[in-house]
Write a protein that binds this ligand. Structure first.
Ligand SMILES: [Zn+2]
Ligand SMILES: [Zn+2]
Length: 473
């Protein structure tokens, strides 16, 4: 039964949209990424990588979606997001083996259900490649920046790969064409170190003697041995054999290495911990497809009301903005199945003690208190989220919201501890969010735009969903 949150994938080649359960999507991604005949433990490690890549992009988990096709979580272009095979393509690829291979990949995915690779409790860039050819690579040599979990490791497990070492024979003519260079290379008597050396000629240009490899030959010897019509000859090299080790960028998991490890009896956990330095394999809670916040009781406190009102330079009042954001947040939370109340029902003033009593009487699971700053006029695109000092749950809620605000609004967002009355007195995980600096004219103008306010609300909502459904604490 399909229950989990939907992943929206876009296939730019077929101009097709897939709306899939995450685990269903992972099956298609694994089928694309790794040959189905690989051992089960290797397929499981691939499933964890593919799932991590998807979760890292999905907006519901705080990701930024596909940057190229922003309406979707992920695209199926392997050069951009992640390759994917739909059922019909699997049938074409596997032919008669389709039922057997499908079952095997389904098992690899369900055996690792919900597991992803994390570092500091965040999903990692779970990169993988076909064959490393002996060593995986340090991230800075490929991506230009150092990533703690993408370190080089010696891989003695991919020697069986058909791509461990391949020979590419290229003619110099082709080399000139492909590289856009001109070698101007003509037949001559150039010495080639280790091959043709110590060439001596007669006055008329015949080869007197020369060293080929480690032996000396006369011109006549060569004429005899190679059946040349004379001992007066030139030479040029026309092809180069390149020996190429491995296939792919060399970062993260070596897929043939994973195969080799699995054949030696290692588990998928061993494989992933070997190729990704210092990571943790964690299970995420996948939110149900509909109403992920069902049964949650949430209070939204629209901060200061009209009486204590402060206004921006254009005269927009904080009380109004707080109330509009709070109302909108209530609507979207209710759509997700939550029970929600506001601490005040109009843009009125209600004192803090009254609001806190109302909060605690409702016995909520969460409190979100919305405010606006009045800072120096220059300060812009700055959001601050407060939680009570030492309160771990509220800190985690703050971090979930902060991460999504940064990813979606291009703002600076910080979290801080603060001994505020409302945070201290409320008996549930509670955060106070200062959404904007109303003293900044641009910010004040943006806040009059309903769409902008809705984007803020959407981010706070995603943060709350992630607090309940993201990584386990
Ligand atoms: Zn993409
Ligand atoms: Zn390898």
């Amino acid at each position: 039964m399909k229950e989990g949150a939907i992943l929206k994938a876009y296939d730019p080649q077929k101009d097709k949209v897939y709306e899939l359960d995450i685990e269903e999507y992972v099956e298609g991604a694994v089928a694309w990424a790794m040959p189905a005949h690989f051992p089960l433990e290797a397929l499981k490690s691939q499933a964890v990588c593919c799932r991590t890549i998807a979760i890292k992009r999905m907006r519901i988990f705080g990701g930024s979606g596909c940057i190229r096709f922003p309406d979707y979580d992920i695209c199926t272009d392997f050069r951009h997001c992640q390759g994917f095979l739909e059922e019909d393509s699997k049938k074409v690829l596997w032919g008669d083996d389709w039922p057997k291979n499908s079952e095997k990949i389904k098992k690899a995915v369900s055996d690792t259900s919900g597991l992803i690779l994390t570092y500091n409790n965040n999903p990692i860039e779970a990169l993988y490649h076909d064959t490393c050819g002996g060593f995986t690579e340090d991230s800075e040599n490929v991506l230009g920046n150092k990533i703690s979990y993408l370190r080089r490791v010696e891989c003695g497990f991919c020697k069986d790969s058909p791509n461990y070492s391949t020979t590419k024979i290229i003619t110099l003519k082709n080399l000139e064409k492909k590289l856009g260079i001109n070698l101007g290379y003509k037949a001559a008597r150039d010495e080639i170190k280790g091959i043709f050396e110590e060439v001596k000629t007669t006055g008329t240009g015949r080869i007197k003697k020369m060293k080929i490899g480690d032996r000396e030959f006369t011109g006549d010897d060569i004429k005899e041995l190679l059946s040349f019509p004379s001992n007066k000859f030139n030479w040029k090299i026309v092809t180069v054999d390149f020996e190429v080790m491995g296939k792919g960028h060399g970062l993260g998991m070596c897929q043939y290495g994973a195969r080799g490890m699995a054949l030696k009896g290692y588990s998928f956990q061993d494989i992933l911990n070997y190729y990704f330095t210092g990571v943790e394999i964690k299970k995420i809670l996948i939110p149900p497809r509909n109403k992920p916040l069902i049964s949650k009781k949430i209070v939204i406190d629209p901060g200061r009301g009209s009486k204590e009102d402060l206004c921006g330079p254009m005269g927009i009042s904080e009380g109004f903005i707080n109330f509009e954001i709070a109302k909108n947040l209530m609507d979207v939370l209710k759509k997700e199945g939550a029970q929600v109340i506001l601490t005040r029902n109009s843009n009125e003033n209600k004192n803090l003690i009254e609001r806190v009593n109302l909060i605690n009487n409702y016995e909520p699971d969460l409190l979100i208190s919305i405010h606006q700053y009045f800072l120096k006029p220059e300060k812009e695109k700055y959001i601050e989220i407060y939680y009570f000092p030492g309160d771990k749950e509220s800190k985690r809620l703050s971090e979930c919201i902060r991460k999504i605000l940064i990813n979606t609004l291009e703002v600076e967002a910080v979290i801080s501890e603060a001994d505020l009355f409302i945070l201290r007195e409320s008996k549930c995980p509670s955060v106070v969010i200062f959404v904007s600096n109303l003293n900044n004219p641009q910010e004040e103008k943006r806040l009059t735009d309903e769409e902008y306010r809705k984007n803020i609300v959407k981010s706070i909502l995603s943060g709350i969903i992630q607090y309940y459904c993201g990584l386990l604490p």
